[in-house]
Design a protein around this ligand. Sequence first.
Ligand code: SF4
Length: 173
Amino acid sequence: MSKARLATAWLGGCSGCHMSFLDMDAWLFDLAAVADVVYSPIADIKVFPSDVDITLVEGAVANVDNVDLARDIRANSNVVVSFGDCAVTGNVTAMRNPLGDPAEILEAVYVGSPDRDGMLPVEAGIVPPLLPQVLPLHKVIKVDAYLPGCPPPADRIQRAVEALLDGDPSRIT
Ligand code: SF4
């Protein structure tokens, strides 16, 4: 039987959901027997591949690079999962939303604060522009399943991945 093609992606999040993924510990060896990880920040693969069976997406959509990657993921994944509260609701990443215009926030933090060097973090092609508002993943692309938690605990991630590998996302709780 051919192995499933599994991806995990990191948008606007703290990487805590990926740390929880790694907390599955020895079960990762069982996972490796049935699935190849074809894209992931923990595998340092640069380009999102085609024909991915399952993609777990950590983080909210906060900048233009996040939008591009989310669309790549949707175009190349059979099943997309909002992985963790930031992807599901915006959560911590969206805490800037009530503060309004991100340009004004950056100005206040990087220029107005006395302990900064007075320079905005701007570099074309390197620092992606922020979106006006942080968005949960389903506001940008179609999402097939949701795995909430901040982060979701490892045993719940394991049960969710098992359900996805069985082709039954409805078992995700
Ligand atoms: Fe970090 Fe929690 Fe967001 Fe996951 S859901 S990326 S652990 S803040």
